[in-house]
Write a protein of this length. Structure first.
Lengths: 330, 325
């Protein structure tokens, strides 16, 4: 398998996990089990204690120390797995007493694996929507500036210059913090997408402008104009498509940046509110240092984030090489 | 050159003024203020009014902004309500901590990334090149948010290094400097590792392009030893793209250090900004945002100047940019 194929597979898995969360996740994102706080993962096994083979099963966790939240496997009974029951891919036979916890539980007793899948919907969805917004705004601004030139070009490029030299993290933080802290998850989603899109758009606008400017001078543009194509038609049908490759590369740079930005904001408590599951809010739950040193499975959203960014990097290794040239200040 | 410098400085000042004004106004317009955040719901109406008057929060926004801006022109940025100290005294020491962190990360990244990039770029195959390349791609996919979580986890598990803060409460044997160094390792590595990977990739790519250049072939044909061609001629020619990228890295350093400062409790500008925002300490918010903008503007300017010295063509284009402006 080439690195590219590995990258594509990672991204495909992440998207599939996000889309199929209600089916694959054994539990709801906010379902709590107060008797199992910070419980370790229940690994599915096939070999019993006596060395005999069975269909995949798990052992139940028994609380040994309430204070230290230490658990021990109850090896007296094997709990089988129920496949395709009650609308879920797999659950344990005895959900009430021995739930299937592939990545353990968090400090509220919620299933980390299920939250990871539901969190992918929010984290990846937000990054995708914001990247789309940045692309649209960037293409319109860059296309207009490159096509019209003159005063409009000057004004728009000055504006993008200004946004690009702002300390982006501080701006995102400040914008989020001054708005009311208590918002519905949908409002937070729209707000963060808008902030990210506004901060990302200038990077696309500048490249699109340069491409539109140089394409405009080519013969095919003159031919289209001579055949009577109006300004908007020329821009939308002929000039902007020339920037496709550049935009595709920029999107793969923006998406990981946005995933990390959501995680950072949620980590410091300025992103999504409890009990919404996003990769950032999950890290926020794990934020206490003692907690994640003792309960490493709480870091699984960090691992998921790493794999998605790695996937994007692998897919675009070669394409990105060209784009570095573009971003380089003259 | 002097005109260019003056222009850039003026732009930096306008930027700082705009950023701090905007954050002052935004923070002032936002619902809730420092008094409601700290006194809570128990306070009486009189008490709230008295506290508001003390911090100047009882005036209209326009009057408040006018007074603040006038004082800021005299370099008086108001008192931090949270710390009870002037913002002017508070910010330099926090900014120095962030600068120390960013500078250490940059030095580490340069010292590790560049030499590795030269080695991997100048030889095609080899297990070493493949291993370095693989490690770089993995690290490039770990932003400082993730590296710092991972490093803090490792440090907490093993107990090798302190995981939070900048100094121990008691000065241990070995002195304060060594103690600071031990605290610096985790946050500086968290920012420096992804940066080193980025530098390694860029340098390797540029080196491999230069190795194919006709002048290298010509030198080899003249009988100049390969080692000497690589380390004298090719190296010098390959450094240009890396030099150009340093300006862009300032922004990466600043945003990267925010997450790292929060996670490792490093007392820098980013964690100060977060505290200020949470407490609605508007004078401190404006000060931190302005300092961040200044940090970025000065960093970009320094790197542009350095680039102009290394590569005369760059200053040529900057002069064109100036002429166009």
């Amino acid at each position: 398998m080439t690195p590219r194929a590995v990258g594509a597979a990672l991204i495909a898995i992440a998207i599939a996990a996000a889309l199929s969360a209600p089916f694959v996740a054994p539990h709801a994102a906010d379902a709590r089990d107060r008797s199992l706080l910070n419980a370790p993962p229940t690994l599915p096994r096939m070999v019993g204690d006596d060395g005999s083979w069975h269909a995949p099963f798990i052992y139940r966790w028994r609380l040994v120390s309430q204070l230290e939240q230490r658990y021990e496997e109850d090896r007296s009974t094997r709990v089988g797995l129920a496949w395709l029951s009650r609308g879920r891919l797999v659950r344990s036979d005895d959900e009430a007493r021995a739930p299937l916890l592939l990545l353990g539980t968090d400090s509220f007793g919620r299933d980390v694996f299920s939250r990871l899948l539901y969190g992918a919907r929010i984290s990846l969805g937000l990054a995708a929507v914001a990247a789309l917004g940045a692309t649209l705004a960037g293409a319109i601004v860059g296309g207009l500036a490159g096509y019209r030139g003159g005063a409009i070009d000057d004004l728009l490029m000055r504006a993008t210059d200004f946004v690009m030299v702002l300390p982006a993290t501080y701006v995102a933080l400040a914008l989020r913090a001054v708005l009311p802290l208590v918002l519905t998850p949908a409002q937070v989603f729209a707000l963060l997408a808008a902030i990210f899109a506004a901060l990302g758009a200038p990077f696309i606008a500048r490249g699109v402008r340069a491409i539109v400017r140089s394409e405009r001078r080519l013969d095919y543009a003159a031919a289209a104009e001579a055949l009577g194509a109006g300004g908007w038609r020329l821009l939308a049908r002929h000039l902007l498509p020339a920037a496709r490759g550049f935009i595709a590369v920029q999107i793969t740079i923006l998406v990981p940046a946005f995933i990390v930005a959501e995680a950072t904001l949620s980590y410091v408590g300025l992103g999504f509110p409890e009990p919404v599951a996003s990769w950032g809010t999950m890290l926020h739950d794990a934020a206490n240092i003692r907690v994640f040193a003792d309960f490493p499975w709480l870091l699984s959203p960090a691992a998921a984030m790493f794999l998605v960014v790695l996937g994007l990097n692998l897919v675009l290794q070669d394409a990105r090489r060209g784009s570095l040239e573009f971003n380089r200040p003259a | 050159m002097t005109r260019y410098l003056v222009r850039r400085l003026a732009f930096a000042l306008v930027l700082v003024a705009a950023v701090s004004s905007a954050s002052f106004l935004l923070a002032r317009l936002a619902p809730g203020d420092f008094v409601t955040e700290t006194l809570g719901t128990q306070a009486s109406r009189d008490e709230i009014a008295r506290e508001r008057a003390r911090f100047g929060l009882d005036r209209s926004i326009a009057a408040h902004y006018r007074d603040w801006a006038a004082a800021a022109l005299r370099l008086d940025f108001g008192p931090s309500m949270l710390y009870g100290r002037p913002v002017r005294d508070l910010i330099p020491e926090r900014a120095a901590n962030t600068a120390l962190l960013a500078f250490s990360a940059l030095v580490f990244a340069t010292a590790v990334g560049l030499p590795l990039g030269i080695v991997t770029g100048s030889r095609r195959g080899g297990a070493l090149a493949a291993a370095v390349r693989g490690a770089s791609i993995v690290l490039l996919s770990m932003p400082p948010l993730l590296t710092s979580l991972l490093l803090v986890f490792v440090a907490a598990r093993t107990g090798w290094l302190p995981i939070a803060g900048m100094r121990s409460s008691t000065v241990p044997s070995g002195g304060a400097a060594l103690d600071l160094l031990r605290h610096l390792i985790v946050p500086a590595l968290a920012i420096g590792l992804p940066l080193a990977a980025a530098l390694e990739r860029l340098q390797a790519q540029s080196m491999s392009e230069v190795v194919d250049a006709p002048f290298v072939l010509a030198a080899l044909a003249r009988g100049v030893p390969r080692r000497r061609v690589l380390w004298r001629g090719a190296l010098k020619a390959s450094l240009r793209p890396v030099a150009a990228i340093y300006g862009l890295m300032i922004g990466t350093l600043l945003s990267g250090s925010f997450a790292v400062e929060v996670i490792t409790a490093w007392p820098g500008l980013g964690s100060l900004m977060l505290q200020a925002l949470r407490a609605r300490d508007i004078y401190l918010v404006a000060g931190c945002a302005g300092a961040g903008a200044l940090f970025l503007a000065l960093g970009t300017m320094t790197s542009d100047l350095a680039l102009a010295i290394v590569d005369p063509r760059a200053s040529e284009t900057s002069r064109h940019a100036e002429a166009a402006a």
